[in-house]
Design a protein around this ligand. Structure first.
Ligand SMILES: [Zn+2]
Length: 306
């Protein structure tokens, strides 16, 4: 069972009154985590077969696309920003289904494309991640077993690198293409698994332990090159100018009020005036130092302690 670390911020309504499980403001998904989820801490959602099918398709995509999330790579030309995963999922914006030259996608060259896999696999990805999911339903585990089994029987070994296996219809090895872009091997380590002897953890672990880094091939990133590519935020000069104005303004107010008060006012009135000027000056200073735009993309969510 899980508990939220903060109470439910929603107001009590009829829905809450009708369900005694909702009377307590701390339980996670009404104490039923096997059947429900709560992504943002605001409302429980029943887990359906479609949710499971979505999760399964995501995991298979991770497996075939070098650990990359299927909805990573959508770009919004209007705002000149990458679309968040939440938004892309909500819009069924699966970047791999777009035209490769589309201005709405920004996919790096070192990840596979749908064309690197047979249509039996790519059609299932489209069915899982595009609006086809609404009309056709997401692919089931049985469908994936069929597609992946046929893919595994249609692989051929790369002539250039025996660690590479790819769809045998392709003219060129896609892993060689990607390694050429990356400049480093993706599959540099090969562990032998003896299928006929069953899974032996000690044997496998000994193989893992035997792997040693090869220092001559591990090039350190060039920090100077990386930092020379960094471009400062365009709003930075404006932020610096604003901060300087607020700081100078607050100092000016305190100094001017102090001098005038000492010269023209009675001692008690002068002290009061100086204190007031210090308070105003401090507020201006703090306002000038505050970030002009929030650093978080979205407000923090309620966190469940499971
Ligand atoms: Zn290859």
């Amino acid at each position: 069972m899980g508990r939220f670390m903060s109470p439910d911020p929603g107001k009590i309504n009829l829905k809450h009154l009708a369900n005694p499980q909702k009377w307590n403001k701390y339980p996670y998904v009404l104490n039923n985590p096997l059947s429900m989820i709560d992504p943002d801490g605001m409302e429980e959602l029943w887990i359906s077969a479609q949710h499971d099918a979505f999760g399964l398709s995501i995991l298979i995509f991770y497996l075939l696309f070098l650990g990359r999330h299927p909805f990573m790579g959508m770009y919004d030309p209007k705002s000149d920003e990458m679309v968040s995963l939440d938004q892309a999922i909500g819009q069924y914006a699966f970047p791999y289904a777009f035209d490769l030259c589309s201005p709405e996608t920004k996919l790096p060259l070192f990840v596979p494309r749908l064309a690197d896999y047979p249509s039996s696999v790519t059609e299932l990805f489209k069915q899982a991640f595009t609006r086809d999911a609404i009309t056709k339903g997401r692919p089931s585990a049985t469908q994936w077993v069929g597609a992946l089994t046929s893919l595994s029987s249609a692989l051929r070994q790369c002539q250039g690198n025996p660690n590479h296996h790819f769809y045998n219809v392709l003219k060129e090895c896609p892993w060689c293409r990607m390694e050429g872009v990356l400049g480093t091997p993706i599959f540099g380590i090969k562990i032998t698994v003896f299928h006929d002897q069953g899974f032996n953890l000690i044997t496998i672990w000994a193989e893992v332990e035997s792997i040693r880094p090869t220092p001559e091939t591990l090039a350190k990133p060039d920090l100077d090159l990386l930092t020379s590519k960094l471009v400062p935020d365009a709003s930075l000069p404006e932020i610096i100018r604003k901060r300087r104005n607020y700081c100078l303004g607050s100092l000016g107010i305190v100094i001017a009020v102090s001098i005038c008060s000492v010269v023209a006012l009675a001692p008690l009135a002068a002290v009061i005036a100086i204190v007031v000027s210090l308070v105003i000056g401090h507020k201006l200073w703090v306002k000038g130092a505050a970030p002009s735009k929030p650093f978080l993309d979205s407000p923090p969510k309620r966190i469940a302690k499971l």
